[in-house]
Design a protein around this ligand. Structure first.
Ligand SMILES: [Zn+2]
Length: 85
């Protein structure tokens, strides 16, 4: 089980959290349905270092950016929205 450091609450067990999204630039409103579908539903699911948006759904409810390695399960850091990366 991962121990995820919520930027507001500190380290908590993984079941308290929900994966929310991979950070991506939001397309403009004039793109095709296929581009919107890719943005909403496709994930890169990369192996290794990865940046993801998570929420502390079972705690404070805040969203944050989590940097982790999907191969080793090492968590590098968690950042509040707008915090310099
Ligand atoms: Zn929290």
């Amino acid at each position: 089980m991962l121990l995820i450091p919520c930027p507001w609450c500190g380290p908590r067990d993984e079941p308290e959290f929900k994966f929310a999204a991979e950070p991506a630039l939001r397309p403009t409103s004039d793109v095709s349905d296929a581009v919107w579908a890719d943005y909403l539903y496709l994930r890169t699911n990369e192996k290794g270092f990865h940046r993801e948006v998570w929420s502390h759904a079972g705690g404070c409810g805040q969203f944050f950016l989590l940097e982790r390695d999907t191969l080793t399960h090492t968590i590098h850091r968690a950042l509040k929205p707008g915090e310099p990366s």
